[in-house]
Design a binder for this molecule. Structure first.
Ligand code: FAD
Ligand code: UQ1
Length: 470
């Protein structure tokens, strides 16, 4: 029986594309096969090739092979074996598609590719974790205990998901089919089945009391769910509730105003200053601290609970000399150079850059980082270039989107010569059909620095250029 299942599985896997095959194989080893074809789950992981290896001294070391690490690695690929990327995972995720996966609009496989295919083959991939940084001595320690020395360091380690900071949450995610989270590859495949099985009652969406990546994603899934419940005929028996620790729906007023209209027209209940602190899944109850009332505890019964977990800087960074008091890699916000160690640069979710933590921001950062890193390597001065550009495609239905784009001053910085604060099919099309290709084919090849050039062209050179103070 086992060998028959193995054989059928092999056939099923062989029908998938090359990227999907390796992804399915790797996923099994992480127990993240929910929502994938059941047959594909009984395949061995032996076929996943191991990483390329390693010297102990490099000109440039990049820590993290996610969106930022891979984009910078591609730009530095001419350095060849003088450059190494440290990344433990053999899978690379395009996380922005997880909103669509949770909404039942895409398969999980579309978000995954093998790291070895995304990192440039010319550089060394050290498949390990960085466990200790000693920037005073220009070295770091790997999980293996080995030390790696560098002349220049790029930190791109992303943000840590702290599911365990909410009492009972991991238990609920593991055991209650009605509790899900688009934020993790482990739990994103639970979202759509939970939506489909929703019997009516309370559908609750949370936003934590910490910085998070893609702040919009906490509510995008709510709009998709609300629409789904209407189509499924259960909306009349249900309350759609957004319990957010924030006191605004979105940080940029223009888009917050537009989202308020969506919320009102769709009869969604928003409770501000409500922070999820525990989940008792056996009682189908989520407890929130009301931050406006001395953290008084407020219980909510749920029939569907989508959790955006608390997040923080990776623990390894928190205890390193690289970070500010909040635990984030301490960078000059316009040059992306470290404030204390001039041979260290950083980008993305693990940094102190006071903008929205998104892949769109990472795209804008990676070109500037490359330019300033190269200047530093040549003994030249860095230039203040980053204006804080970030973007968040706020999906409000299965074919509409408000495309937020803004800078450090939370002022809109829109690419298209039309009002992006309006729900549009065009911007949904960009998010769902253009961004994935832009990510895999252009950004991951080191050729996408964000849409600033398009913005200038489309606005006939009349677009706003934020003034950068050094
Ligand atoms: P990541 O891409 O997370 O990469 C960090 C890497 O560091 C990982 O590969 C990790 O394995 C590695 N790492 C961690 N610790 C160590 C260590 N000790 N040693 C070595 N390596 C380590 N962005 C958008 O622009 N648009 C969107 O629509 C959008 N939607 C999103 C929806 C969801 C549900 C989610 C979860 C995210 C979304 N994002 C979106 C955000 C976007 O995915 C992130 O902002 C982006 O991936 C950040 O890139 P990064 O390189 O900083 O971190
Ligand atoms: C973007 O550059 C980007 O990185 C590839 C995203 O991540 C997936 C985005 O979601 C968005 C919106 C942008 C911005 C690009 C344009 C053309 C507005």
């Amino acid at each position: 029986m086992a060998s028959k299942s193995f054989h059928i599985t092999k056939l099923a896997v062989s029908c998938l594309g090359r990227h999907q095959q390796t992804a399915v194989l790797g996923l099994r080893s992480r127990g993240i096969t929910q929502g994938l074809p059941a047959l594909a789950c009984s395949y061995s992981t032996e076929a996943v090739p191991r990483a390329r290896q390693t010297n102990s001294k490099y000109k440039v070391v990049i820590v993290g092979g996610g969106s930022g690490g891979c984009a910078v690695a591609a730009k530095l690929s001419p350095l060849g074996k003088q450059c190494a990327a440290i990344e433990p995972s053999d899978l690379h995720y395009y996380q922005p598609v997880w909103t669509l996966v949770g909404g039942g609009l895409r398969g999980f496989q579309s978000s995954v590719r093998p790291t070895r295919e995304v990192l440039p083959s010319s550089i060394d991939w050290i498949q390990d974790k960085a466990v200790k940084f000693d920037p005073g001595k220009n070295n770091l320690e790997l999980g293996s205990g080995d030390k790696v020395e560098y002349d220049f360091l790029v930190v791109a380690m992303g943000i840590q998901l702290d599911f365990d900071k909410v009492d009972g949450l991991v238990d609920a995610l593991e055991n209650d089919p009605a509790v899900a989270s688009n934020y993790s590859p482990k739990w994103v495949n639970k979202t759509f089945p939970a939506m489909q099985k929703f019997p009516g009652g309370n559908a609750i969406f949370t936003y934590p009391n910490t910085p998070i990546k893609c702040a919009g994603a906490a509510q995008k899934i709510m709009y998709l769910t609300e629409e789904f419940l209407r189509t499924a005929g259960v909306r009349e028996n249900s309350n759609v509730i957004f319990n957010t620790a924030k006191n605004v729906i979105f940080g940029v007023k223009k888009y917050a105003d537009a989202l308020q209209q969506v919320i009102q027209s769709r009869n969604i209940q928003v409770n501000y200053k409500h922070n999820l602190v525990s989940v008792y899944h056996k009682k189908k109850t989520a407890i929130f601290a009301n931050m406006a009332r001395d953290n008084a505890l407020v219980p909510f019964e749920y029939n569907f609970l989508h959790v955006t977990p608390p997040m923080s800087s990776p623990d390894v960074l928190k205890k390193s000399p690289l970070v500010n008091e909040g635990g984030w890699v301490d960078l000059n916000k316009h040059t992306l150079q470290h404030t204390k160690f001039s041979n260290v640069f950083g980008l993305g979710d693990c940094t102190s850059l006071p903008t929205s933590k998104t892949a769109a921001a990472v795209a804008a950062q990676c070109g500037i980082l490359h330019q300033n890193l190269t200047a530093t390597m040549q003994g030249k001065k860095v230039t203040p270039l980053y204006d804080g550009y970030a973007s968040c495609p706020l999906i409000t239905s299965r074919n509409k989107c408000i495309l937020a784009e803004f800078d450090y001053n939370l002022q809109p910085l829109e690419t298209l010569p039309i009002n992006q604060g309006v729900e549009r099919r065009l911007t949904y099309g960009m998010k769902a059909h253009i961004m994935p290709g832009l990510y895999w084919q252009v950004m991951m090849k080191g050729r996408w620095n964000g849409p600033a050039t398009f913005r200038k062209v489309l606005h006939l050179g009349m677009s706003r250029s934020p003034k950068l103070e050094a």
